[in-house]
Design a protein around this ligand. Structure first.
Ligand SMILES: NC(=O)C1=CN([C@@H]2O[C@H](COP(=O)(O)OP(=O)(O)OC[C@H]3O[C@@H](n4cnc5c(N)ncnc54)[C@H](OP(=O)(O)O)[C@@H]3O)[C@@H](O)[C@H]2O)[C@H](O)CC1
Ligand SMILES: [K+]
Length: 247
């Protein structure tokens, strides 16, 4: 992997730990009043811009599915789908049904943060986006939606992964990986299941074609090119000053 082109070793893009990332985010919020909602909005819009740039006109035809966990990794992915909806609808000459889905692997009440709750509320009002909520009897429907996707956003876990992966996340990770080769798998921030600091696979992990990570790469992303794929690092407007005393 050509690290240079991924600017993961350029000045200001040196890797950090997930703990340092949380400190920077919290400094952003507590010292600079940059709410995490703003960080999530910027992260999601960088994801959408990357896909538009990568797929060009084909983005209008592709079935794009965001698979979301209950944390802010899922929130980033919901923001990306919202941005893609606006882009595609505006350009969709045929005005036929666009093909965007948000699958959430939890019930909506499980969303804990203000920013994820807000983004689920917005998505829930948008007729252009198909929403599927995993429950005990629709796993086959969810797996079918994943199998049909041309592009999958892996928004299951990011830096908040801890320990052995509980079901149904483990099965869904397998389903997504089974599609590698026919589907473009974009990991949001961290391939789900990868330890963000060691790069080790905790139990099982998404094998992504590309990973888009925010602010700076986390150490683990530089240690596991197999699961990370092409690494893209995007700044999301967090004041650089937040790094003082952290990096
Ligand atoms: N870096 C930035 O500036 C920004 C990063 N953002 C995104 O936020 C995520 C981190 O979000 P967080 O909510 O802290 O955590 P995650 O979304 O990664 O996942 C946590 C949830 O996942 C569940 N979990 C954790 N481990 C397991 C497991 N082994 N099996 C099943 N489920 C698991 C956990 O559930 P609990 O029941 O334990 O609570 C959590 O709910 C970061 O990666 C970025 O994508 C911001 O959005 C923008 C700025
Ligand atoms: K992820």
């Amino acid at each position: 992997m050509d690290m240079k082109s991924n600017h993961a070793i350029e000045k200001g893009y040196e890797s950090i730990s997930s703990g340092q990332m949380y400190e920077i985010e919290n400094n952003g919020e507590s010292i600079y009043s940059m709410k995490k909602t703003l960080m999530m909005e910027n992260a999601g819009s960088r994801i959408a811009d990357f896909l538009i740039d990568e797929f060009k006109e084909n983005i209008l035809e592709n079935s794009i599915v965001a698979v979301c966990g209950k944390g802010n990794n899922g929130g980033d992915s919901m923001v990306a789908i919202r941005h893609l909806s606006g882009y595609i609808l505006a350009r969709n000459k045929a005005k036929n049904k666009i093909n965007l889905s948000v699958i959430i692997l939890c019930s909506p009440e499980d969303f804990k943060t203000e920013e994820s709750i807000l983004n689920w509320q917005i998505i829930s009002k948008m007729g252009s986006i198909r929403r599927l909520i995993l429950d005990s009897n629709n796993i086959a429907e969810i797996e079918d939606e994943i199998k049909k996707a041309n592009i999958i956003l892996d928004g299951i876990f990011g830096t908040g992964i801890k320990g052995e992966i509980k079901e149904p996340y483990s099965k869904i990770i397998e389903t997504i990986n089974d599609n590698k080769g026919t589907t473009f798998i974009l990991a949001v921030d961290i391939p789900s299941g990868l330890d963000p600091d060691s790069g080790k696979i905790i139990d099982k992990a998404i094998s992504a074609d590309a990973t888009i990570t925010f602010h700076r790469p986390k150490h683990g992303l530089l240690k596991n090119p197999e699961n990370v794929g092409r690494l893209i690092v995007k700044k999301i407007g967090i004041p650089f000053e937040t790094e003082k005393g952290v990096v």
